[in-house]
Write a protein that binds this ligand. Structure first.
Ligand SMILES: CSC[C@H]1O[C@H](OP(=O)(O)O)[C@H](O)[C@@H]1O
Length: 368
């Protein structure tokens, strides 16, 4: 992906130029490649809410950098400096509720603030930038690792179907669900990809189709309702998706429309793979019915995309005013419908609570 298309960049403060979180504006793809430079917390909060930056890992990375935008008065007392950073963290945590990576990243930043002393408070801004940069770079490595692990499941596949966008645009680079596809493409095994449009914000047709095309991977956009007949006709060898939060028992929250794909896949004996880094697991939630599901604006359902394909430019009225709409942004797929979960550590086949716990235990106690 070229530098101009890098999902997230951090601009350190220099002279009169303030620090900023520099985002590829995903609300404008594929019509335009434009960047949005956020110099303040409200600008960044709004960018997360409007999906300028989106995707669980990318939201976490952007929010981590966002903490460094806190309007700290350097002459303030250490207590007031800490308070300013805590306020920034609490504010960014209100942007979107489902992707646990947001809260995981903010917790890491909060830990640095808590660990600061009156003597070391002066170094805190630098340490926060370094921690956000570390989170960013760790995600690059995790995406590459998920590509390698996920590829072991797709070796016999020719055609896969994916939902929403879980590619480089949703992460530091390379992606989660799309990572094994890129990995195999680089090894000379190019898969054919069906990308669900993913209504109402069309992350599949706008973003997945764009980034796969840029990478030279053949992609065919289909409506969300076509997946069943594609499987019925034997055209899909595997379904591969990302996730925003995975409960301790392996239940998976992902973009609305994922659950019916899992049901269809099971009915048609098609493997259903989820790819997510370990920081997408929420081990404090016993099951997926405890995962908070974001309810988004009615307007995203009531209007088609505008002529510029910007998700916030109202197009044509698509629903009569008298009708009601509902717009949950995610659904939950029970672990029993998941063939395997791929993380940067490896593969959890037929995930259960016990297998998830074993996966994490192995991380804590690396093989000797
Ligand atoms: C690699 S996480 C991608 C994940 O996030 C998307 O949601 P949104 O576009 O609303 O941020 C979708 O659930 C993807 O699977």
């Amino acid at each position: 992906m070229t530098a101009d298309a890098e999902t997230i960049r951090y601009r350190a403060a220099t002279g009169d130029t303030p620090a900023a979180v520099d985002l590829l504006d995903q609300t404008r793809i594929p019509a335009e490649l434009e960047r949005l430079v956020c110099e303040s917390l409200p600008e960044l909060h709004d960018a997360i809410v409007r999906l300028v930056v989106r995707g669980a890992p990318a939201i976490g990375i952007a929010a981590a950098y966002g903490v460094t935008l806190a309007p700290v008065d350097s002459s303030a007392s250490p207590e007031n400096v800490r308070r300013c950073y805590y306020d920034a963290i609490e504010y960014l945590a209100t942007s979107r509720p489902t992707a646990v990576n947001l809260f995981w990243a903010l917790d890491r930043m909060r830990g640095l603030v808590e660990a600061s002393t009156d003597e070391t408070i002066g170094d805190l801004p630098r340490r926060l930038i370094d921690e956000a940069t570390a989170i960013h770079n760790e995600d690059r490595s995790m995406c590459r690792a998920m590509g390698k692990h996920g590829a072991t499941l797709l070796g016999d596949c020719q055609t896969v179907l994916t939902h929403c966008n879980a590619g480089g645009l949703a992460t530091a680079e390379y992606g989660t669900a799309l990572s094994p596809i890129y990995y195999l493409h680089e090894k000379g095994h190019t898969l054919n990809v069906f990308a669900d449009e993913t209504r109402p914000l069309m992350q599949g047709s706008r973003l997945t189709a764009w980034e796969l095309s840029q990478a030279g991977v053949p992609v065919t956009v289909c409506t969300d309702s076509m997946a069943g007949s594609l499987m019925q006709r034997g055209l899909i060898d595997a379904v591969i998706v990302g996730s925003d939060r995975i409960a301790e028992n392996g239940d998976v929250a992902n973009k609305i429309g994922t659950y019916p794909l899992a049901v269809l896949a099971r009915y048609h004996d098609v493997p259903f793979y989820v790819v997510a880094p370990t920081n997408t697991f929420d081990l404090e939630l016993e099951s997926g019915d405890l995962i908070p599901i974001e309810q988004r604006s009615e307007d995203e359902m009531r209007y088609t995309l505008g002529a510029d394909s910007n998700v916030h430019t109202k197009g044509r009225m698509a629903v009569p005013r008298e009708a009601s709409v509902i717009n949950p942004a995610f659904d939950v797929t029970p672990a029993e419908l998941v063939t395997a979960i791929v993380t940067e550590q490896g593969v959890i086949k037929q995930p259960t609570r016990e297998k998830v716990q074993q996966h994490f235990a192995a991380i804590q106690t690396p093989a000797s």
